[in-house]
Design a protein around this ligand. Structure first.
Ligand code: G3P
Length: 218
């Protein structure tokens, strides 16, 4: 399972990139606005340079076919690793199909049901992004969506990748890996919690104490 970071914050991207476990970055208009980005194209370019081997999702703002295609072509020119993020709406599906025939990679976002994932895959999306945390938030089982999409894609033998999004905690990470998600995109805080375990800290402290008690005194 690939690890993407879900942020537009350059420091966070740089930090996780330095860990050597980052495969890509996802952003969305909310995350861009949160960082107060003034030049969005430049920001995407910087992200692509920070993660040179990663897939970088850049989301369109237009909601009509022509507008989405125009934006997609502009975004695709920024860097070869840009993936065009398109919402699951009728014109979005048309745009995904058109971009797929041009071999421009796409990420169909705002997926909340298996049938949406099925349609996006039929249109040729490179990735589908089911938002499992937002389903959990309203009392649905977000993980069940990942399992269902996995089964559908395996039955179809399609190459669309499942990019689990809207991740809240490390249990989501483990369950996504068990359910067969291809990619998971996580906020910075989830990356941080993945590498923390109190028993590891206690264990290391004891190892070092025992070492120093015996060997540092010689
Ligand atoms: O980037 C899409 C998705 O991961 C958003 O997550 O936390 O706003 O539900 P969230």
């Amino acid at each position: 399972m690939q690890f993407f970071i879900d942020t537009a914050n350059l420091k966070e991207i740089q930090e996780i990139q330095s860990w050597g476990i980052l495969d890509g970055v996802t952003t969305n208009p909310t995350l861009m606005a949160k960082e107060g980005v003034s030049n969005i194209a430049e920001h995407y370019k910087t992200i692509c340079e920070l993660v040179p081997n990663g897939a970088i999702s850049a989301e369109v703002i237009a909601t009509d076919f022509d507008g989405m295609m125009k934006e997609a072509h502009e975004l695709a020119k920024i860097h070869e690793n840009i993936v065009i993020k398109i919402p699951f709406i009728k014109d979005g599906i048309k745009a995904i199909a058109a971009l797929s025939s041009e071999k421009i990679p796409t990420n169909c976002t705002l997926i909340f049901s298996p049938v949406q994932a099925l349609v996006a895959a039929k249109a040729g999306a490179t990735y589908v992004s089911p938002f499992l945390g937002r389903l959990d938030d309203i009392g649905h089982d977000g993980m069940e969506l990942i399992r269902s999409i996995r089964q559908i894609f395996d039955n179809m033998e399609c190459y669309t990748l499942i990019l689990a999004a809207s991740i809240r905690h490390t249990l989501h990470v483990v369950q996504c890996a068990e359910a067969g998600a291809d990619v998971i995109t996580m906020p910075y805080k989830v990356f941080e919690s993945m590498i923390k375990h109190p028993l590891t800290d206690i264990g290391l402290e004891k190892f070092l104490e025992d070492y120093h008690n015996v060997f540092s005194k010689k």
